[in-house]
Design a protein around this ligand. Structure first.
Ligand code: NAD
Ligand code: IMJ
Length: 256
């Protein structure tokens, strides 16, 4: 074991199943020697995530719906008692109403807009505020974003606006938490077939287009995203904060 994260404790939020990007990140963190803490969204996914946690050798699997302040506070209380020093936090969470990812963007309702912002962007602020006090020796906060934050991607709609806010949150949080040696970065992953991609209209066409046009002539792999997360969470990433790093087989550089 090379142990890039040996002696570090990492909390990973956003594992729903073994296809989740957060699952690949958790596996890579464990491979590098981190003590793993997983959080899940609620009772609906609890059993599944507990099984995956056991498989990964996670030290704890805890409930936390990131839209619920009381659940965030309860999480902090458990951590304070059992894992007083936290070194890395991974936020791999997004949600929008399914109908807002298919109908015209201008038809997005106020509630749908606010829901996607709350779950997908504000939650990074809430998690950072709650967990930064536990990162007493500095550390790294990571989130997952997508190209649709800065370019118009068909059907991404309200999620693109939420990711634009998320990327701005990364910069403001990085500027503020830098004095505590806490770095905040986003990884912009290329399209990956996860639960959050299943059922998206024409998703396989998106995958084909990336494989055809990306410099590497293929899609990205969740393990590649995970290894970039290891780099950012480890001391190798110590000079990097406030950034969005693309792990997308190079797709975003292409014009025509
Ligand atoms: P996923 O469905 O496996 O993960 C999304 C996670 O968000 C789930 O674990 C779900 O339980 C969690 N979640 C939703 N609402 C929550 C809440 N209120 N509280 C706590 N957790 C909540 O899909 P994924 O593709 O692994 O998505 C992870 C992240 O990666 C998302 O931010 C997504 O936008 C981003 N991303 C995905 C792709 C892709 O193509 N799959 C590409 C780039 C970025
Ligand atoms: C999602 C929608 C439209 C186009 C899309 C995506 N493309 C990609 C995604 C091109 C790559 C996946 N992605 C990057 C996401 O962030 C997905 C977020 C998401 C997905 C769903 C599907 C099920 C649901 N709500 C969702 N909320 C957020 O009900």
């Amino acid at each position: 074991m090379s142990g890039l994260l040996a002696g570090k404790t990492a909390l990973v939020a956003g594992v729903a199943n073994r296809w989740s990007i957060a699952y690949s990140i958790a596996a890579a963190f464990r491979r590098e020697g981190a003590t793993l803490l997983l959080t899940y969204q609620g009772e609906r996914v609890r059993g599944q995530v507990e099984e995956l946690g056991a498989e990964l050798g996670a030290a704890r699997v805890l409930n936390c719906d990131v839209t619920n302040d009381a659940e965030l506070e309860a999480l902090v209380a458990v951590l304070q008692a059992e894992f007083p020093k936290l070194d890395a936090v991974v936020h791999s969470i997004a949600f929008a109403n399914k109908e807002d990812l298919s109908r015209p963007f201008s038809e997005t309702s106020r509630d749908g807009y606010l829901l996607s912002q709350n779950v997908s962007a504000y939650s990074l602020v809430a998690m950072s505020r709650a967990l930064a006090p536990l990162m007493s020796e500095g550390g790294a906060i990571l989130t997952l974003t997508y190209l649709g934050a800065t370019r118009v991607v068909e059907n991404y709609n309200v999620m693109g606006v939420a990711k634009a806010a998320l990327e701005a949150c990364v910069r403001y949080l990085a500027a503020e938490l830098g004095s505590q040696n806490i770095r905040v970065n986003a990884i912009s992953a290329g399209p990956i077939k996860t639960a959050s991609a299943r059922g998206i209209k024409d998703f396989s066409k998106v995958l084909d287009a990336v494989a055809a046009h990306a410099p590497l002539k293929r899609n990205c792999d969740p393990a590649e995203v995970a290894d970039t997360a290891v780099f950012l969470a480890s001391s190798l990433g110590r000079g990097v904060t406030g950034n969005t790093i693309f792990v997308d087989a190079g797709f975003q550089i292409m014009g025509l």
